[in-house]
Design a protein around this ligand. Structure first.
Ligand SMILES: C[S@@+](CC[C@H](N)C(=O)[O-])C[C@H]1O[C@@H](n2cnc3c(N)ncnc32)[C@H](O)[C@@H]1O
Length: 214
């Protein structure tokens, strides 16, 4: 937890919730320990969608479709979402949730590994939400940059490793060291690329907001 628990609880106590279908998918996902965006990330996404008014959204990491459905309810008319998931147990659940929510005309689920699947995508996306394996973000970046339009927004979730990111590599438990090194590399790259203007925001487990400036 990188933000004081009481502050998070207070902020979340002010959350008005979402549609019934979103609330019920969220409840089930949390009960089943499926990793989905935190409440405060959901409310930030909603604001960013209202501000940015995207036309094409790409999400990397669908899980059971919660954040896709939330985005679909808060994006402008005519906007579409492409979301990629590789874990075969989650794919049918996401498909069934998209049916239940009545959003199959707005959301396309691509089954497979994000690196391979992104290579097949064409056209530009003006809103990319990266929410998959943290250790792979740096490997996703070349394809993400190929797909991100100038003026487009890249949001990357879970970038501060529950605060471990500020520790030395050797202070981090061994199994998290590779992710630690790769995430530091990713954050350094995002903040030093001349094509991007990036802010690291300590909300949830830490996110980055990057706007493509050239
Ligand atoms: C944090 S969950 C996504 C949660 C979802 N965005 C939500 O909030 O409802 C991350 C998902 O990314 C998937 N994932 C991880 N690495 C991936 C990859 N290389 N390609 C496609 N999916 C991947 C995992 O299987 C997992 O379901």
């Amino acid at each position: 937890m990188i933000v004081n628990d009481r502050i998070v609880a207070y902020i979340n106590s002010l959350d008005n919730g979402n549609s019934d279908i979103c609330n019920s998918i969220e409840k089930q996902a949390r009960a089943d320990n499926i990793p989905i965006i935190r409440k405060e990330m959901g409310s930030l996404l909603k604001v960013l969608l209202r501000l940015k008014q995207p036309k094409r959204i790409l999400e990397v990491g669908t899980a059971v479709g919660y954040s896709s459905i939330l985005m679909s309810e808060n994006m402008p008319k005519g906007c579409t979402i492409t979301t990629i998931e590789k874990y075969e147990k989650r794919i049918p659940v996401a498909k069934s949730n998209f049916e239940l929510a009545g959003v199959t005309d707005k959301i396309t689920l691509i089954e497979g590994d994000a690196i391979e699947e992104m290579q097949k995508l064409e056209g530009e996306y003006d809103f990319i939400f990266m929410d998959a394996a943290k250790g792979q973000y740096i490997n996703f970046l070349p394809e993400v940059m190929r797909l991100l339009s100038v003026g487009g927004l890249l949001i990357s979730d879970n970038v501060l490793q529950e605060g471990d990111i500020v520790e030395s590599r050797y202070a981090v438990v061994r199994r998290n060291r590779t992710i630690h090194t790769r995430m530091r590399d990713y954050l350094y790259t995002l903040t030093h690329m001349e094509e991007l203007e990036t802010s690291i925001v300590p909300i949830g487990d830490g996110i980055t907001l990057s706007v493509r400036v050239k």
